[in-house]
Write a protein that binds this ligand. Structure first.
Ligand code: ATP
Ligand code: MG
Length: 686
């Protein structure tokens, strides 16, 4: 019986309010507990249990923070349902019909209610880069960057806008608290943001923030809130500590009394404050739903061995503020986590490759091992080493596949066919054509914008002087796609054929890029329609390896490389953490305020608590930076992360690899130059 596998607290959470009968909708429930204590597991069991007790699976809304976590959750619910209900696939599919990320669910609901809220249901979604591009276009149009070269860059503008929107805070306060160096431009920023909002509306595009913002606005209307709220008997949220105020307000609007609402989270794992997530949501939950709110805490960890848990607990114990209690485990082991000193990043890469292969020899699959890092670019040397040794790997959190120009071009074509008012997509595409520059593209887009039927307007335009046939080919490709005759996913092939000669012209490595596009076509085949594909892909790209030397396809065994942020909620038998040095963790860009440093500490805690049996924290004594150093030295000397002070060394087994020569002179040298990691890391971003 599935309930018997749970401990008493987990069971309490799973059965909360369902004992009487299936139609009784329970009061609000908060599960707050540390890493690996079975929160996600409990939530999945609760979903299954509700269904067993007669809840309608189509009326269950299940939301988590990231797409990967959502997929993991769906997998677990399905497994438990299958155990309990037998292989009734229909029930299973229904059970998962409303599960996803906040942004994904928001996009679906907005399409459903588009007519009612004055939104064209064909809207397309801008990812962060598209949004920054649009911000940049407007910044130029308004002339701010011309009159003042110090005017904040597009990314900064977008970050300020996004922070204000997500935290529901006035611009002057956001500037004062988070971007004081931009405060002088408050007036211009206000104008910029007003134009940005207008541009998005006239082009019928929504950015990430809009998905939440429009959703929150939509449910601000009581009628719609009640309508949506009444579609769902149960609303369950995992990783609640990573929600922001908008998300909390959406939940409150849907379930004002918290009936049927279950949220789970861990304040010690709150790592998204840069997206305005606030741990207050979890801490304020009891008050928001008082006196009905029930709170369950879990204190047993099922994931990690005792030495790993002890080390992770010790790290988070030094946090200045913390609410969840320490966990205990029954998983004894003699193996302490290792603190491995290596000379530099190249050696770090060799160490990891060696250990990973050793582990595989001992029977551990590559997939059961993961390498984590604070920032995506930290894994560069390791990626090279793995490629060299033909060790297959997949990288999460780096977007290496979808970030590449040719894939973005292709997606722009699909998006522009879907929504010819999408200016950023159009701007990008037109300039692929020879003889078309920014001003020609702008003019064409202006004409399209004025017309009720933008594609016909485009077709009616004379081709720009130097692009003759290329222009007509482009237009007919779009028309053919828009007509829908080719069908999905065959129309990706249309776009690919159109793009092929340009690819040859623009890139030396056209062949490998073509292979990527074929892969994109395959990925597209897994989605029901163009619209669905674009929505899903823009919201959270599927992970795909680029067709580079010797990287195998995804169904084979492969090592996981992941940023800590993308490793949320996951676990592996053995975990390696790269660059456990000051400057990397805490990241040098984040050592401004105490709050930022505390978030970096929680990141290390999240990384350490991903490990089941083995944990290696690797400390290179030097690491590479992209900084501009006048001496031409691109290496900096580093020291062990401040989050593992000498008092915590007892929790680790310290070793160096390979045996480091005790060269006193080299060490003295190291001491002499060991310094301004900060300035150089920052230089990277200038
Ligand atoms: P995180 O904070 O990292 O998201 P979590 O609290 O969500 O972790 P889970 O991922 O649900 O924890 O569970 C951690 C591990 O413990 C999983 O492998 C899960 O299968 C196992 N586990 C959870 N509860 C039990 C239980 N009652 N008996 C045995 N194993 C359990
Ligand atoms: Mg979890």
């Amino acid at each position: 019986m599935y309930l018997e596998k749970l401990n008493p607290q987990q069971r309490m959470a799973v059965e909360h309010g369902t004992l009487i009968d299936g139609n009784h909708i329970a009061g609000p429930l908060l599960v707050i507990a540390g890493a690996g204590s079975g929160k996600t597991n409990t939530l999945a069991h609760r979903v299954a249990h509700l269904i067993v007790k007669g809840a309608d699976p189509r009326r269950i809304l299940l939301m988590t923070f990231s797409r990967r976590a959502a997929a993991e959750m769906a997998r677990r619910v399905e497994r438990i349902c299958r155990d309990v209900l037998g292989t009734n696939a229909g029930v299973m599919a229904d059970a998962l019909s409303w599960s996803g990320t906040f942004h994904g669910i928001g996009a679906r609901l907005l399409r459903d209610y588009a007519q009612q809220i004055g939104l064209d249901p064909d809207f397309t979604i801008h990812d962060r880069e598209d949004s920054a591009d649009l911000m940049n276009l407007i910044r130029h149009d308004l002339g701010f960057s011309k009159t003042d070269s110090r005017f904040p860059a597009k990314g900064t503008c977008l970050a300020i806008y996004s922070r204000a929107v997500n935290s529901e805070t006035a611009l002057d306060l956001v500037l004062r608290d988070a971007f004081p160096w931009c405060a002088a431009w408050e007036k211009q920023l206000r104008e910029l943001f007003a134009c940005y909002v207008e541009a998005k509306q006239s082009q019928n595009v929504l950015d990430y923030d809009d998905l939440l913002l429009y959703w929150a606005q939509m449910v601000g209307e009581t009628v719609i809130a009640e309508d949506i709220g009444s579609r769902f008997d149960h609303v369950l949220v995992d990783e609640y500590q990573d929600t922001n105020r908008l998300q909390a307000s959406i939940l409150l609007a849907l379930k004002p009394e918290g009936r049927g609402l279950t949220v789970v989270g861990d304040d010690a794992q709150s790592i998204y404050s840069f997206r305005a997530a606030t741990v207050r949501n979890i801490l304020d939950f009891p008050a928001a739903f008082s006196p009905a709110a029930n709170i369950v805490t879990l204190d047993r960890n099922y994931r990690s061995t005792q030495p790993i848990l002890a080390a992770a607990n010790a790290v988070i114990d030094l946090a200045s503020e913390r609410f969840t209690k320490n966990l205990w485990t029954e998983r004894q082991s003699a193996e302490r986590p290792r603190l491995v000193t290596v000379r530099d990043e190249a050696e770090q890469a060799r160490y990891i490759a060696d250990k990973v292969l050793d582990n595989r020899e001992e029977g551990l699959k590559l997939k059961q091992q993961a390498v984590l890092f604070r920032a995506s670019h930290h894994s560069g040397p390791l990626e090279v080493e793995l490629t060299r040794r033909n060790i297959p790997f997949v990288k999460f959190g780096g977007l290496k596949f979808l970030d590449s120009a040719h894939v973005k071009d292709m997606l722009a074509a699909l998006r522009f066919a879907q929504n010819p008012r999408d200016r950023v997509a159009g701007f990008r595409l037109m300039q692929i054509l020879p003889g078309v520059g920014p001003s020609t593209a702008q003019k064409a887009l202006d004409l399209m914008a004025e017309d009720a039927s933008p594609l016909s307007a485009l077709a009616a335009m004379p081709a720009p002087p130097r692009s003759g046939e290329d222009w007509t080919d482009f237009v007919s490709m779009l028309q053919e796609m828009k007509s829908g005759k080719a069908g999905w996913p065959a129309e990706i092939g249309l776009a690919r054929q159109w793009y092929a000669p340009h690819l040859e012209r623009l890139h030396e490595d056209a062949a490998t890029r073509q292979a990527d596009l074929l892969q994109l076509e395959q990925i597209g085949g897994g989605y029901a329609s163009r619209e669905r594909f674009l929505t899903e892909l823009t919201l959270d790209p599927p992970d795909a390896t680029s067709d580079q030397a010797g990287v195998p396809l995804l169904d084979e065994d492969y090592l996981i490389l992941s940023t800590i942020h993308s490793a949320k909620g996951q676990e592996w038998t053995r975990v390696f953490m790269l660059n456990v040095v000051d400057g990397c963790i805490p990241n040098d860009l984040a050592v401004g305020t105490t709050a930022e440093i505390e978030e970096e500490r929680r990141l290390l805690y999240v990384a350490m608590t991903r490990a089941r049996d083995g944990l290696d924290l690797v400390v290179p004594q030097r690491f590479f930076t992209y900084g501009q150093n006048s001496q031409g030295d691109r290496h900096v000397y580093a020291s062990r992360s401040r989050f593992i002070p000498a008092t915590l060394l007892q929790f680790f087994e310290a070793c160096s690899w390979p045996q480091v020569k005790s060269d006193a002179a080299a060490q003295a040298h190291a001491r002499q130059v060991r310094i301004d990691v900060g300035a150089r890391m920052r230089g990277m971003w200038r």
